[in-house]
Design a protein around this ligand. Structure first.
Ligand code: ATP
Ligand code: MG
Length: 372
């Protein structure tokens, strides 16, 4: 990285001297760098393969392991060939706008792969760009069928592009009111994804329906977890507001831990079950960022409870436990995996989610056709 930057500086100086146009900086992360022992939060990282699934050795994954290996191999090939750069990407549709940037569906021409590319404008120094790229390296280590595949990232001028696996079902925020037998299978995947991240000492920090992606194969994957503190900080400087899925202790500015991710898990699934945000006094119009004062009720009031009768007892209990006001009273990772709601839907039945995604996409397509 040092050599690359010093080469870039020299080139810029020469180009300036010759009155030429300055070529923008592109940084490619190293593909096969051995994982460091500590992550960006300064926490010790457990690098043992499969450690995330220790507590769930008997849990069948929804994906056969050979397909996971294949996708990792494909991923490494792309990176090893150094093919992830702006020139090789053809942007197609806009998949959505977030607080930080815009996500595009794109083609990676050399590999023929479809990608989701998140482009975030960032006016930051080269030093910060460098720091972000090194912080993102931990993403290459993430190898779970419940975490979105990461293909690479690069800076061009004042924006960073993050290339990830494309999920053809999109994010859960646009589905709303999901039936419990489908939601149960989705919850299993989300809990496994979070457990995996926690085993790597990574806190997600942004658990919410728009960061849970599904595809027509019935896979569910987490995205947008805060591996890069600098990236999170740089985006936060531009977009002011507080996330409505944040735990009460986080809204109050107290310490953040695994328990805060568990709260966000609970409130997200409550919203997905009800088809509306669980606090009626909080109107989320666009996005999840709100003025802090509007979220004070989450700190002051009792947590909402799912209506018994409409939902099963294990589901109601699961949400109630996750949304305990006291962080320490919320379930620990192994308690989440062992909860009856999760255990009863942990049957590896991806078909249920797949059929529901396909049916919803078809309904949406017909609706769009009808309104044209
Ligand atoms: P925030 O910026 O607060 O995190 P957000 O999650 O809605 O909000 P983005 O992360 O920018 O914003 O994502 C915008 C939209 O792009 C998502 O809501 C989702 O529908 C879509 N999207 C993101 N990543 C993918 C992906 N890998 N595959 C398919 N669709 C995606
Ligand atoms: Mg997102």
């Amino acid at each position: 990285m040092k050599a690359m930057l010093s080469y870039y500086y020299t080139t810029v100086m020469e180009q300036q001297g010759n009155g030429q146009l300055i070529v923008p900086l592109q940084i490619y992360p190293r593909a096969c760098k051995p994982p460091g022992k500590r992550n960006i939060h300064g926490l010790k990282v457990n690098t043992r393969a499969g450690s995330a699934n220790n507590s769930s050795a008997a849990i069948p994954d929804s994906l056969p392991s050979h397909s996971l290996k294949k996708s990792s191999a494909e991923l490494k090939k792309i990176l090893a060939n150094g093919q992830m750069n702006e020139q090789d990407i053809r942007y197609r549709d806009i998949l959505g706008h977030g607080n930080g940037g815009t996500v595009y569906k794109a083609n990676h021409v050399p590999s023929g792969k479809i990608l989701a590319v998140k482009v975030i404008p960032l006016d930051i120094t080269l030093e910060l760009q460098k720091q972000i790229m090194s912080e993102l390296e931990i993403l290459y280590k993430c190898d779970s069928s419940y975490i979105i595949g990461f293909y690479g990232a690069f800076f061009v001028e004042n924006r960073i592009s993050l290339c990830t696996e494309f999920m053809d079902g999109g994010s859960l925020d646009v589905y709303r009111k999901i039936p419990e037998h489908v939601l149960g299978r989705i919850a299993v995947a989300v809990v496994k994804g979070l457990t995996y991240l926690w085993s790597l000492k990574i806190l997600h920090r942004d658990v919410k329906p728009s960061n849970m992606l599904v595809n027509t194969r019935g896979q569910v994957k987490l995205c947008d977890f805060g591996v890069s503190t600098q990236l999170v900080n740089s985006i936060a400087k531009t977009y002011v507001g507080t996330n409505a899925y944040m735990a009460p202790e986080r809204i109050s500015g107290e310490q953040y831990g695994i328990h805060s991710d568990v709260w966000s898990l609970g409130i997200s699934f409550m919203e997905l079950a009800l088809g509306r945000f669980p606090y009626p006094q909080i109107q989320k119009n666009q996005g999840s960022l709100m003025p802090l004062q509007l979220l004070q009720c989450i700190v002051d009031e009792e947590s909402p409870v799912l209506p018994v009768g409409e939902f099963s007892e294990p589901f109601v209990h699961f949400i109630t436990q996750c949304m305990r006001k006291q962080p320490k009273e919320r379930p620990a990772p192994e308690e989440l995996m062992g909860h009856l709601f999760i255990v009863q839907y942990n049957d590896g039945n991806a078909e249920v989610v797949s059929m529901w995604v396909c049916r919803t996409l078809e309904e949406r397509r017909l609706q769009q056709q009808g309104s044209q």
